[in-house]
Write a protein that binds this ligand. Structure first.
Ligand SMILES: [Mn+2]
Length: 356
């Protein structure tokens, strides 16, 4: 039996790329013939969205040939309290004591509540008492794993509050095969539970903030086996760095074009251009080069182009530098060494020029 596990779609009325990501998840779920698509919290960006968007959600999830199991998260837990209908094959786990049966597996959920760590330990112990250790038990959880030491911004836009803070040790007494979690957006991560079983964050399936860098994935799980990430074709950000080298004959504009070709079509680029260039060979000054690169990146660029590059033609044309370069060329330097030394000298010249 297979399950596709995701979380943190943060659907709202706008952000069409998040709806596209939902369609992509449905497609992947079908291709792998999973029994269930599990959404471990924050399916909606805000509580109010569920009421407005449920018809659209029903359409997206209908006819997939699998169950959808939704856990309320910190962004949307109030949305499910009135028992909204999301479709025939969609179940919301609103009660920690009422699991969902899926083939031979039992899917438990801990819907989001404002609970302290201490009360969470008690709650998990109560849940453990209800579980049959002979059955494959799976727990859906939305919150923060304190063992993970994430930086705050890896969670998405959550501010400084702690949501359902747990430690791996809290799960020690529970007969669990998997904890399928949500809330941590950055990337797919997994931990071994103290007494067997695995805790998995799949990362967001679509970038919600610019910090969600790199291809997005979902967690594809075959019961009893080690889960694996499966790549999604969805909107995300890619960091791209171009290092300029005044001795590299390849034009930086061509370099950028080449690098853009290797980037996923649904990715937006966070572009940083660093290093030194010779404005006279390119016939461009710093602002013209920035403009040209911005134009090449076009609509693929997101945010500001980070400009950390300098035109050093005034150094390259300096007589002292030319003299030094010809001396260096006459020496028998190992490959690459000459360019390295020249770059160091250019940087030193820039400092000297700034003083004079
Ligand atoms: Mn969350």
């Amino acid at each position: 039996m297979k399950i596709l596990h995701t979380a943190d779609l943060h659907l709202n009325e706008g952000a069409s790329e998040r709806w596209d990501a939902l369609d992509e998840l449905v497609k992947v779920a079908r291709e792998h013939k999973v029994s269930a698509l599990v959404i471990a919290g924050d399916l909606f960006d805000h509580n109010a969205e569920a009421e407005k968007l449920r018809a659209r959600l029903r359409a997206a999830l209908a006819g997939g040939g699998f169950q959808t199991i939704i856990l309320p998260g910190n962004h949307d837990y109030k949305a499910y309290l009135s028992g909204l209908y999301f479709g025939e094959n969609v179940t919301v786990i609103n009660n920690w004591a009422e699991p969902v049966r899926l083939g031979e597996a039992v899917i438990w959920g801990l819907p989001y509540e404002r609970l302290s760590g201490e009360r969470l330990v008690g709650r998990l112990r109560e849940m453990g008492g209800l579980m049959n250790p002979e059955e494959p038990n799976i727990l859906l959880f939305h919150g923060e794993l304190l063992d993970a030491y994430f930086s705050r911004h890896e969670l998405g836009d959550e501010g400084d509050q702690r949501y359902m803070p747990v430690r791996l040790s809290y799960f020690a007494s529970l007969p669990l095969q998997y904890v399928l979690a949500g809330h941590f957006h950055s990337r797919y991560t997994g931990w071994q539970l103290p007494e067997g079983g695995l805790f998995i964050y799949p990362g967001s399936p679509v970038a919600v903030t610019r910090r969600e860098n790199g291809r997005r994935v979902a967690n594809l799980l075959t019961l009893g086996e080690t889960p694996a990430e499966t790549e999604l074709n969805s909107y995300h950000y890619e960091e791209l760095k171009i290092n300029l080298d005044p001795f590299n004959p390849v034009d930086p504009r061509v370099l950028l074009e080449q690098k853009l070709q290797g980037i996923h079509p649904q990715a937006k680029v966070l572009l940083t251009v660093q290093g030194l260039f010779n404005g006279s060979t390119l016939a461009l000054n710093e602002s013209e080069l920035a403009e040209a690169l911005r134009k090449i990146a076009g609509s693929r660029l997101t945010g500001e182009l980070v400009e950390e590059f300098y035109d050093v033609q005034h150094v390259l044309e300096d007589d002292l530098f030319k003299h030094f370069s010809s001396r260096l060329a006459g020496l028998d330097c190992p490959p690459g060494q000459e360019e390295k030394v020249k770059e160091m000298v250019i940087r030193a010249f820039r400092v000297v020029k700034a003083c004079s």
